[in-house]
Design a protein around this ligand. Structure first.
Ligand code: FAD
Ligand code: UDP
Length: 367
């Protein structure tokens, strides 16, 4: 055996595990089928701007251990995510808060906002929301649901909001204060210099082979190491024996524009159904950039099929039942550790992936 660990995937999970393995004196080979490290948090420098190539990434966490961990590798700036939503020619602050309610209804106090929401849903009698539509109506009433949620959600997930689990809308805070911070977490920011700085430091001194697909030579690669850390899709690892898990796909149109400020905000959501993209990202605003030009990315949500990049796991009951079968098989594999958004099939944010990798390393190396 040449290596202690073969790590499949150089994203946050694989890179964090490799870092701890290196500290424990283990020898690792990290492979990735892409031509770069970093997984989906990778940034490409275009016209002096860090472009979030696989979608906008804002780091946020309330877990001090995770925050301290990532801060060892990069300093974070003070960026606070405050997207705006455009519906036809109306513009609203997100997440849903007193600024949104004031613009929507002209009201000023929390009591007025609560009374308006209660009035709008009085006839619906929703006690235990069974899906995203019911959950959203219960939280913010009909006007906000129909203008800011239904169209966006159905574009994003490619299905009716009544067929989407309620937990997805609970990712967004609803606040009765004038506070446009998209997250409730204690810590938030963008690493100065971009996310690549963190991944490069995690993988410093570790052997990495790019453009290497695990499945192109599974047996040969597995035979190189005592153990495998796998961060790709779990169903693919088991050759889809229990059926295919579903994902949502994305397509990005990146454009350099000859203006210093295109939309005045990093994230602008387009919530009506008729606009084909879900959001436009203007990357320079994540780092308060002062470049003469700007780079914007239109994000289009799409159906996914095997062979394409799997972006969002679809954590509904149908897919969870399939995942549980693979999870049972994974738990029986002594030689393979499964981790990250694709191998755990979870709608994980970055901090949850770092946490999951730190925990996997603690268990493996008795830290
Ligand atoms: P990934 O980053 O996906 O890395 C997995 C790696 O494995 C990839 O590089 C892939 O090429 C490689 N791989 C897969 N299969 C193989 C194979 N067969 N052979 C070799 N290599 C393989 N999180 C936040 O905290 N804040 C945000 O604002 C945020 N925004 C997001 C926006 C979008 C559009 C998306 C899709 C995700 C967002 N996330 C955000 C989530 C974040 O991207 C993930 O939590 C994180 O990237 C997951 O890390 P990972 O290591 O599990 O997987
Ligand atoms: N959402 C919405 N309108 C918006 C933004 C979000 O209805 O303007 C809903 C939508 O269902 C989305 C979910 O909230 O899938 C979670 O949004 P988040 O911004 O967390 O999604 P991500 O950044 O992970 O794509």
């Amino acid at each position: 055996m040449k290596y202690d660990y073969l790590i499949v995937g150089a994203g946050p999970f694989g890179a964090t595990f490799a870092y701890f393995a290196k500290l424990a004196g283990k020898k690792c080979l990290v492979i990735d089928k892409r031509d770069h490290i970093g997984g989906n948090i990778y940034c490409e420098n275009v016209a002096g701007i860090n472009v979030h190539k696989y979608g906008a990434h804002i780091f946020h966490t309330s877990n001090k251990e995770v925050w301290d961990f990532v801060n060892q590798f990069a300093e974070f700036n003070r960026y606070t995510n405050s997207p705006v939503a455009i519906y036809k020619d109306e513009l609203y602050n997100l997440p849903f808060n007193m600024n949104t309610f004031n613009k929507m209804w002209g009201i000023k106090t929390p009591a007025e906002a609560k009374a308006e929401i209660a009035r709008q849903i009085a006839d619906l009698n929703i006690t235990e929301p069974q899906n995203l539509e019911e959950q959203a109506l219960k939280l913010v009433g009909k006007d906000i649901y129909y203008k800011l949620i239904k169209g966006y959600t159905e574009k994003q997930w490619g299905r009716d909001a009544t067929e989407i689990p309620a937990f997805i809308i609970k990712r967004l805070p609803v606040r009765f204060t004038y506070d446009n911070n998209y997250f409730n977490d204690k810590y938030q920011g963008i690493p100065i210099g971009g996310y690549n700085v963190i991944i490069e430091k995690l993988l410093d001194g570790v052997e990495v082979r790019l453009n290497t697909d695990f499945f192109a030579n599974k047996e040969g690669l597995e035979s190189l190491a005592d153990k495998v850390v796998y961060t790709g899709p779990i169903d693919q690892y088991f050759d889809y024996c229990h059926g295919e898990l579903q994902y949502r796909g994305l397509r990005f149109e990146h454009e350099i524009i000859d203006t210093d400020n295109y939309q005045g905000n990093a994230v602008v959501n387009y919530t009506e159904r008729e606009v084909p993209y879900t959001r436009i990202i203007e990357h320079k605003h994540f780092e308060f950039g002062t470049q003469e030009k700007t780079v914007v990315s239109k994000e289009y949500s799409s159906d996914w099929q095997r062979g394409e990049e799997p972006y969002y796991p679809i954590n509904d009951a149908y897919n969870q039942a399939i995942y549980q079968k693979y999870k049972l098989m994974a738990d029986e594999q002594g030689k393979v550790i499964f981790g990250g958004r694709l191998a755990e099939y979870k709608y994980y944010d970055m901090h949850q992936v770092f946490e999951s990798a730190i925990n996997a390393a603690k268990k493996e190396f008795n830290i």
